[in-house]
Design a protein around this ligand. Structure first.
Ligand code: LMR
Length: 397
């Protein structure tokens, strides 16, 4: 009955996690999936999260279905973080926001919504991008193309090509943008570049879809959303998917959000209704536990402040690892610059290693990275950094 079903080759990122788990070499290092580990190589449980979970557990609470669009406090939390507490656009009630099953769920609901209401729209993602962006938009029925982005010769951005490409797109085409900590390259647009990109988005009437999974890991909570707030200032209507997986270390709870900035409060109500309808037809309503954790942490001033400082501890440790790896590699490998390690930001570094070199790292050293050369710097720590630097130096020699 099923022998016509095609073989699934596995996911290039999540499949690597399975492979890593099965590897019994004691010195193995996981620099594949975008997950933050602390200096002991452990997945942290944030103090602010522990306190919220204590409130939820004592006494244990009943667990009704949540509303289709999630808890109000959760939705407000997404909005305040992205657009700024007390901002005009929120006061004007022009933003429709729903809780979603992680950032992936936000992308899926957003893509389904756009495909329903803007049937001819095509979607364009950066070259390269997080592989699942393509999968999710294609799964919603889009034709997906790529816009020029990363320049491997300069470790920068093909900015003029990007602008020219956007200028050639059609009204209502979707451009998927990464407001900070670009996945997989770690190379972000400057604020001046964002200004120019968003001017073209406005002039050509494109639909910006901003996917932000690393707020707080780049510069800080506000600087990381420069592009989002600038788009509001320009009067754009656009989409934002956000994730709390990394910045609350709540990966498995699937906590994300989708926000749509609309021209008027009336349109925001229409969009809110259709987002609920979309959710109902896929999974009915979001999960409860993570929803309550986010609601509690974000809406209690003292827990919120504690949380922000915990994010900055993670951010700073990643920066420290970037600098150390750069120093060790520059000492070991002659005539090669590793400056990219400290100019790229967020969890990822695009190392420029070839798929063959990445495979050698895995086979000979049990060091796991994504085959496109993406390294999750947040998997480095003071115990494994020399080992990883030696392994990289060997395959580069
Ligand atoms: C990543 O890029 O490694 C993360 O966003 C995890 C994932 O789902 O791929």
């Amino acid at each position: 009955m099923f022998n016509h079903v095609e073989h699934y080759a596995g996911d290039p990122i999540l499949g690597l996690m399975d492979k890593f788990a099965k590897d019994d070499r004691p010195n193995k290092v996981n620099l594949g999936v975008g997950v933050y580990y602390d200096d002991n190589g452990k997945l942290p449980v944030l103090e602010s999260v522990k306190k919220a979970e204590n409130q939820i557990a004592n006494p244990p609470k009943p667990r009704p279905y949540l509303p289709m669009d999630g808890l109000i406090g959760y939705r407000t939390a997404c909005q305040n973080l992205l657009f700024g507490k007390g901002s005009q656009v929120l006061g004007d009630k022009r933003v429709a926001t729903i809780a979603t099953i992680g950032g992936s769920g936000a992308l899926k609901v957003g893509a389904d919504f756009i495909h329903t209401w803007f049937k001819d729209a095509k979607c364009y993602v950066s070259k390269p991008t997080w592989g699942n962006h393509i999968g999710i938009f294609e799964g919603s029925g889009f034709e997906v193309g790529e816009y020029p982005y990363y320049d491997k010769d300069t470790n920068g951005i093909k900015f003029d090509e990007l602008l020219a490409f956007f200028n050639g797109l059609n009204k209502n085409d979707v451009v998927l943008l990464h407001p900070c900590c670009h996945n997989p390259t770690g190379v972000d647009l400057t604020n001046e570049q964002w200004d120019k990109v968003l001017d073209v988005v406005k002039a050509k009437e494109l639909i910006a879809f901003m996917d932000i999974a690393y707020q707080g890991f780049g510069q800080d909570m506000d600087a990381d959303v420069y592009a989002i707030r600038k788009a509001v200032d320009l009067g754009l209507s656009f989409f934002v998917s956000n994730s709390f997986s990394k910045n609350l270390s709540l990966y498995g709870e699937r906590v994300g959000g989708l926000s749509v900035v609309c021209p008027t409060a009336d349109e925001a109500k229409l969009v809110q209704g259709q987002l609920q309808f979309t959710v109902r037809r896929i999974y009915s309503s979001p999960p409860s536990h993570g929803g309550h954790v986010v609601d509690i942490v974000m809406n209690d001033e003292s827990l919120f402040n504690e949380w922000v400082s915990e994010v900055y501890v993670m951010r700073d440790r990643i920066r420290e690892m970037r600098q150390k790896l750069r120093d060790v590699l520059e000492a070991k490998v002659a005539n090669k610059s590793f400056e990219y390690l400290t100019t790229q930001q967020g969890m990822f570094s695009f190392t420029g290693l070839t798929p063959e070199q990445v495979q050698r790292l895995q086979d000979e050293f049990a060091v796991y990275m994504v085959s496109n050369g993406r390294m999750c710097v947040a998997g480095l720590n003071s115990s494994n950094i020399d080992y990883v630097a030696n392994a990289m130096a060997s395959v580069l020699a």
